[in-house]
Write a protein that binds this ligand. Structure first.
Ligand code: BES
Ligand code: MN
Ligand code: MN
Length: 460
């Protein structure tokens, strides 16, 4: 296994060149205009898995975008690691804020990435991180050090809710049987501070529509006499938080797990600089639920946020109008034990109940999912710890993340499998934002760490 560093040194230029080819493919699952690119990307992932040494690779058709599935079985008596990742990416917009074309990858040095980072949509989330597993497999197969069986399941709908993967998992229990699921689709604290993600938040996402009169009205003739849906909607939204920034939906916090002081103290040991945090975001103060630290607010506490709001006249100049309709997209990040369906119901009931007479309210649920916590007292988690020690020379810190990968809870429910969230991105890598990038250091460190995970998972 000590040969992994050499193998990476000899092959890193090719690894990077191959990743760049994958990043050129605009696999945007949210936009049907890219559906052919999605299929092409699935093909490219299939070819990459074949080249890396999987002996059975298939494109699995689904009601939506295909899932790329691959296997390498060396001995059915040995354990099986199931690698999950996604080949779809977020839309690139706002495109004008990119310094280079999102699908023409370029390598640039940054303060945080002095060895260079690849700038492209999907560089970190998740093509770059998924591809580390393909290259780690290549190393293990070529050098005869793969210590167990491996399965790959790379989906194309993570960014739009994993609808087809849920269907696939429910229908393929036997095929997907495994001893542990390994995922690199999260972040770590810093390049010199390895960490392992031990929790993900759940998600409830809804769209709301407020309707007033049956048509847009002259705001002079009717203003003041009928409900303005935008005025009403913004007032309703404002009422969803109280003066302590707690969410006012009745029973919203009923199932929230309160961490003990000891657990919170443990969390507070992870390095975090509020000053650096504020500086990086160009804000003079943080904002959030009273009684919790910034780290806690962004990981172990539930939230409610408006993601977008629209209605009325937003064109040039002024148009005097009372719009007939107003809309908003609202997401709630949930913590373990909060059930996303239940929260969507509580939201809907409450939102309907606070609507004043004179408007009608419609709530439409989008996708969602449950949160997840990885137990740390398992051989699999300990293998990840030892793997980081081997590659970084440092003990990794357990960190609860604020992000969501809803399918992880479903893996546990359907397959009875736990997941190890061994991510190598940084929060500053601008995933979902313009100028997304992934450090070359991070990409190569991931490839180096993964074989150690296999090693320690099998040789406990
Ligand atoms: N890879 C991210 C989730 C993530 C990123 C978790 C960094 C932890 C650290 C994933 O692709 C993602 O974007 N998830 C969405 C939810 C999904 C249902 C669209 C999210 O968290 O908003
Ligand atoms: Mn992702
Ligand atoms: Mn994402």
């Amino acid at each position: 296994m000590d040969s992994v560093k050499n193998y990476i040194n000899e092959n890193k230029d090719r690894f990077i060149a191959e990743l760049i080819e994958l990043l050129k493919m605009p696999s945007i699952s949210a936009d049907a205009a890219y559906s052919q690119d999605m299929l092409n990307t699935a093909d490219a992932v299939k070819n990459a898995l074949e080249k890396a040494g999987c002996d059975k690779v298939e494109i699995c058709e689904t009601p939506g975008y295909p899932i790329v599935y691959g296997e390498k079985t060396i001995d059915p008596a040995l354990p099986t690691v199931l690698v999950y990742g996604h080949y779809d990416v977020q839309p690139a917009d706002p495109i004008e804020l990119w310094e280079s074309d999102p699908f023409e990858p370029v390598i640039k040095k940054t303060d945080i990435h002095p060895d260079g980072a690849i700038f492209a949509r999907g560089a970190c989330d998740d093509k770059g991180q998924m591809f580390m597993h393909v290259k780690a497999l290549e190393y293990m197969v070529k050098n005869n050090v793969l210590p167990c069986n491996v399965k790959f399941m790379i989906e194309g709908e993570e960014e739009i809710g994993s609808g087809s993967l849920s269907w696939f998992v429910k229908n393929n229990h036997e095929k997907l049987k495994n001893d542990i699921i390994l995922i690199s689709d999260t972040s770590m604290l810093a390049n010199d501070t390895p960490s392992i993600t031990t929790g993900l938040r759940g998600l409830s996402y809804v769209e709301v529509e407020v309707t007033g009169a049956n048509r847009d009205l002259h705001s002079g003739l009717y203003g003041g006499a009928v409900a303005n849906p935008i005025n009403v909607l913004t007032k309703m939204i404002a009422s969803l938080h109280d003066e302590n920034n707690r969410i006012t939906i009745p029973h919203f916090y009923d199932k929230v797990e309160e961490l003990s002081q000891a657990e919170r103290d443990e969390m507070a040991k992870a390095p975090f600089s509020l000053e650096a945090y504020k500086k990086a975001l160009d804000i003079d103060e943080v904002y959030g639920e009273k009684g919790y630290t910034t780290t806690e607010r962004a990981s172990i506490r539930p939230t409610l946020d408006v993601n977008g709001i629209w209605g009325g006249y937003t064109g040039q100049g002024a148009k005097t109008v009372i719009p007939s309709k107003a809309y908003a997209k609202i997401s709630m990040r949930l913590v373990p034990n909060q059930d996303n369906h239940e929260i969507t119901e509580l939201f809907t009931k409450h939102f309907e109940s606070i609507a004043p007479a004179g408007v009608r309210v419609k709530v439409t649920p989008h996708h969602g999912g449950q949160g997840y916590v990885t137990p740390t007292d398992t051989p699999a988690y300990q293998a990840a710890v030892k793997a980081c020690q081997a590659s970084f020379g440092k003990e990794p810190i357990p960190v609860r993340s604020g992000g969501s990968i809803p399918i992880v809870a479903l893996f546990e429910e359907e397959l009875g499998s736990k997941s190890i969230l061994l991510g190598f991105g940084l929060d500053s890598d601008a995933i979902h934002s313009p100028n997304e990038h992934y450090g070359i250091f991070n990409f190569l460190k991931g490839i180096e760490t993964i074989p150690w995970f296999y090693h320690y998972f099998v040789n406990k």
